[in-house]
Design a protein around this ligand. Structure first.
Ligand code: TRP
Length: 338
């Protein structure tokens, strides 16, 4: 399948479970791309995770890396067809990142809006230099594998632009070495909002614990959260994010879980109340997440098996990354001793 695109994407191990937005917004598409025959390389980016101090607790990082990897397997990433690995297991990521840092302008890096947002929140004394160079590490991730397509959310568009600029700059200065990748930006058709506060995004940092759903949550808990989701007093199921954000959110979730357009679901609730909609949403989400949670728990019961799988993934990743890194070193003029 040499004409198929090669896809690379990464996700940070920064939670004890992926959440509904991660799953329907990104990870489910990772699986689809594999099923559609793309050559897929997926990475749990633990080096990126430690750019923030709150994510540097060693036991927490260790646990979250295992649980993230297990969930990806449980969701259907097949380590035979795709390459699934952990970033810190492939030292070439750090090596290439350094070289890319050396061809990135300080001002150019300072214009990254995600850095400005995050560092603005933390304050400069609590902002690591690693957070500043995060985008060059991300560029290294992608360029080491000659990826042609990179599925990411809209929030990563600027990082992808930087990656393309760096690839072109390196190629122009040192000779053609890298493939210039294309961003595959998901259309944000399904934006999920907080179940308890439907005007805010569903995220880990949300104020209300009841506002989000995790892939590894107990089915009972998922059902309970969906059933207590905040709606409105209209009493009629319509898809209108402005006036009925809570109901629109439920329809978006149901649409994502059933592969249907949320607007087309409205007709099914003609003459029915929100209770019927909530029941269907809860059933659909549980049907999707329960097998993943069960499989994840099974995989976590035998960490040595999981670590063996990581070892295989790392080896496969390295067999692609190491020769690319060698060409980079040669292009830059580093003396080769081996
Ligand atoms: N920065 C990405 C995010 O937060 C994660 C990531 C790291 C990534 N390296 C990557 C995504 C390479 C795509 C390709 O979502």
């Amino acid at each position: 399948m040499s004409s198929a695109q090669r896809v690379f994407s990464g996700i940070q191990p920064t939670a004890d479970s992926f959440h509904l937005g991660n799953y329907f917004g990104a990870l489910k598409h990772w699986v689809s791309m594999q099923e559609e025959g793309s050559e897929c390389i997926y990475c749990v980016v633990d080096l990126h995770a430690i750019t923030i101090e709150a994510q540097q607790d060693p036991a927490q990082l260790h646990r979250r890396t295992l649980v993230s990897y297990a969930q990806l397997l449980a969701m259907g990433i097949d380590p035979k067809r795709s390459v699934l690995f952990v970033q810190s297991h492939v030292p070439e990521h750090s090596q290439l990142s350094w070289i890319l840092q050396c061809i990135t302008g300080f001002g150019e890096a300072g214009r990254m809006t995600q850095f400005k947002d995050k560092s603005g929140k933390e304050g400069s004394d609590h902002t690591s230099v690693g957070l500043f160079t995060y985008p060059m590490l991300m560029a290294a991730d992608i360029l080491l594998y000659n990826a042609t397509g990179v599925p990411v959310g809209e929030d990563q568009r600027q990082h992808l632009e930087l990656t393309r600029d760096l690839a072109q700059r390196f190629n122009a200065r040192f000779g053609k070495t890298f493939v210039v990748p294309e961003a595959i930006i998901r259309k944000e058709t399904a934006k999920f909002v907080d179940l308890q506060n439907p005007t805010g995004k569903m995220s880990k940092s949300a104020q209300t614990a009841g506002g989000m759903i995790n892939v590894l949550d107990e089915p009972k808990q998922i059902a309970k959260r969906i059933k207590s989701a905040v709606t409105d007093n209209e009493g009629v199921v319509r898809f209108d994010r402005e006036t009925q954000p809570g109901v629109a959110n439920l329809l978006s979730i149901l649409g994502a879980a059933t592969g249907r357009d949320p607007e087309s679901l409205v007709a099914d609730y003609d003459g029915k109340g929100y209770g019927a909609l909530k029941t269907d949403v809860a059933d659909a989400v549980v049907a999707e997440f329960e097998p993943i949670a069960t499989r994840t728990k099974e995989l976590l019961e035998d960490p040595s098996e999981l670590i063996r799988a990581m070892g295989d993934g790392a080896q496969r990743a390295r067999s692609i990354a190491a020769p690319v890194m060698e060409s980079v070193s040669a292009a830059v003029g580093f003396v080769r001793i081996g």
